[in-house]
Ligand binder design. Structure first.
Ligand code: NAI
Length: 329
């Protein structure tokens, strides 16, 4: 079988880190061939074409075909998996409204092009920021495509949270499970350890032995560390997170397509779960069953967790209101 995968912003940094892992079979496994469509804006075409030449030189067994284009109708033609990475970054002096408007001008038309050209069971993952609201805009413009097919990436935040817990506990990251991210992919996100386990035991009990006062450690150390990890990477590396973002994108799409055996995190459309207003694209604990994300329901939330989630969801609501005011929804 062959899967057609469209990557927008394929000439950018995350695109460059994604393409070779997809071609090597990390996304869909060793038995699934891939056809790649690299969608760029005219200024990015050269970089995408260069990446396509390198893909050719990789001589990947699984790679059927690579096409580079700046035409969304061509880019999304027959697309099974769309990875929307290309976005407009916040420039100097740009207000939040300007940023939302600029990205609305990208994600609205891309949503419409997906509806018109992609395969009927297309699955869309938005990486480009502000990812949750970009996914909302694309879904709203994609007439006839269920909103459940539009998701935004919060897996990098979850991976960061699990890694921080593993490091603190001195345990391999694979032993740390069930650390969902709630809300927006932004500084307000809530990485939630209340149901997390390490080696099957509650994380909070293990943490208490190491950090003492767990609530204080969560408030003052863990949550800010996870939420500001992107800034830390920029400071140390001199450039934003790229390979880890690409890796998390692979994790998200692979789990969506191939299923999960435990919880993970993804920003998906709310139907009112946990009081999150209907229609918002918010991060939840999810499982993937039969190719669909299902929100893990019935979790008990402390008052503190509730306040944290509400604050992030309020930010998503503000973004939706701003986008509505701009006529983008
Ligand atoms: P980059 O600037 O290296 O690449 C972006 C590429 O997108 C450029 O080649 C540009 O030409 C292209 N592009 C811009 N508008 C486009 C359009 N309308 N159609 C197609 N391509 C378009 O940026 P990088 O580092 O690859 O990051 C991409 C996005 O991912 C950024 O918005 C960044 O904030 C976001 N990001 C999201 C993360 C998440 O966890 N959700 C994590 C890390 C980054």
């Amino acid at each position: 079988m062959t899967t057609t995968i469209t990557i927008t912003g394929a000439g950018g940094q995350i695109g460059y880190a994604l393409l070779f892992r997809i071609a090597a079979g990390d996304l869909l496994g060793p038995d699934e061939r891939v056809r790649l469509r690299l969608l760029e804006i005219p200024q990015g075409l050269g970089a995408a074409e260069g990446a396509a030449l390198e893909l050719q030189d990789g001589a990947f067994d699984l790679l059927e075909h690579v096409e580079v284009t700046d035409d969304a109708a061509v880019g999304f033609d027959g697309c099974d998996l769309a990875l929307l990475v290309g976005a407009r970054p916040r420039g100097p002096g740009m207000e939040r409204g300007d940023l939302l408007a600029a990205n609305g001008g990208i994600f609205g038309p891309q949503g419409a092009a997906i509806a018109a050209n992609a395969s009927p069971d297309v699955r869309v993952t938005v990486v480009g920021n502000p990812a949750n609201t970009n996914a909302l805009i694309a879904a709203a413009a994609a007439d006839g495509v269920p909103a459940e097919r539009f998701t935004a990436l919060t897996r990098l935040d979850e991976n960061r949270a699990r890694a921080q817990l593993a490091q603190t506990l001195g345990t391999p990251v694979r032993t740390v499970r069930r650390v969902p991210i709630w809300g927006n992919h932004s500084a307000t996100q809530f990485p939630d350890v209340s149901h997390a386990t390490v080696g099957g035991e509650p994380v909070q009990e293990a943490l208490a032995q190491i950090v003492g006062d767990v609530p204080t450690w969560l408030e003052q150390t863990f949550i800010p560390r996870v939420a500001k990890r992107g800034a830390e990477i920029i400071e140390v590396r001199g450039s934003s997170s790229v390979a880890s973002a690409a890796s998390a994108t692979i994790d998200h799409v692979r789990d969506w397509v191939r299923g999960t055996d435990d919880w993970t995190s993804a920003a998906v459309v709310s139907h009112g779960e946990y009081g999150v207003p209907e229609g918002l694209v918010s991060s939840f604990p999810v499982r993937s069953v039969d190719g669909e994300w299902r929100i893990v329901e019935g979790l008990e939330l402390s008052d503190w967790a509730r306040r944290r989630i509400d604050a992030s969801v309020a930010e998503l609501q503000e973004e939706r209101e701003a986008v509505r005011a701009l006529g983008l929804l």
